[in-house]
Design a protein around this ligand. Structure first.
Ligand code: ATP
Length: 263
């Protein structure tokens, strides 16, 4: 079924925001995969990006820390702290310290937990051994791994379970003390218990971070997000408080998607 994409319903909250986009577009070759997208992401909240396969959720998310640069032409603005981070002159490495990303598959280095956590920091920052250790303990505690691993930093990351590896990757992202966390289906490769642990971590982390998560799991979006953005065919169609959008979506298209009629 094709839906009319002319009418959208975007109700952004009147809250301090961490990141906004203005007329963000993405073109792969000649195809416009993301239509001009203007969105607001409130600080210290979780926003879920939902929508059918191929609707442009990942395409949108990946722009927010410049992961699409090599494969697509990106137009429009992405504002973080008053700076347009879609500026080609921007230092992308520094941006990724501020806007961290976690992927679907856990991807730790086949090295010790210590290496996984310290590598990026040691490469680019001056930090004392005691501060580094303190930060490692802090981020591992944030993802409930510090006690689980008995503070053992020498274990090889690949000896951890899939769920623990994903939480280690989350901790690794936190080492650079980002403001925004981008998560692309971070729990879709995990069992329900590991998924619940990640969700619990995210609910804690939102006190200090702004989180944007792509998920196919609608229950997950309903459980953990404060706001939801519904994408369809490269358009941001509906944006609202999660409770509102899930109980009484504005567009028939959103309602149909949430009811499992397509996607
Ligand atoms: N690197 C690329 N080169 C060309 N086209 C791409 C590329 N990445 C994505 N696309 C296309 O852009 C459109 C949006 O894809 P995208 O992966 O953003 O959707 P999605 O909503 O995240 O889907 P899914 O839920 O399946 O991950 C699709 O038509 C896809 O084929």
């Amino acid at each position: 079924m094709m839906y009319d994409t002319a009418e959208t319903y975007l109700k952004f909250p009147d809250l301090p925001n961490a990141l906004t986009t203005k007329d963000l577009t993405v073109k792969y070759d000649e195809t416009l995969a993301l239509q001009p997208c203007s969105a607001i992401f409130p600080k210290n909240r979780i926003t879920a990006l939902i929508g059918p396969s191929g609707s442009g959720k990942s395409t949108f998310l990946r722009c927010l820390n410049r992961m699409n640069d090599e494969v697509a032409a990106i137009g429009g603005q992405i504002m973080l702290d008053g700076i347009n981070i879609n500026d080609p002159k921007l230092n992308v490495y520094q941006l990724r310290q501020q806007v961290g990303m976690l992927f679907q598959q856990p991807n730790p280095f086949a090295r010790s937990i210590r290496f996984n956590l310290s590598f990026g920091v040691l490469e680019h920052q001056k930090i004392s051994a005691s501060d580094l250790h303190q930060r490692m303990e802090q981020v591992l505690s944030m993802v409930d791994l510090w006690t689980e691993l008995d503070g053992d930093l020498e274990r090889n990351a690949l000896q951890l379970s899939g769920g623990q590896q994903q939480r280690l990757c989350l901790a690794r992202t936190l080492m650079s003390m980002p403001q925004v966390l981008l998560l692309d289906e971070p729990a879709s490769a995990l069992d329900p218990i590991s998924t619940a642990k990640i969700e619990a971590n995210l609910l804690e982390l939102k006190q200090n971070y702004t989180i944007i998560i792509v998920t196919h799991n609608l229950e997950q979006a309903a459980r953990i997000s404060d706001y939801t953005a519904f994408f369809y065919d490269g358009h941001l169609m509906e944006y609202d408080a999660t409770a509102q959008l899930f109980i009484k979506p504005h567009l028939a298209m959103t309602d149909d998607y949430l009811s499992g009629n397509f996607g």
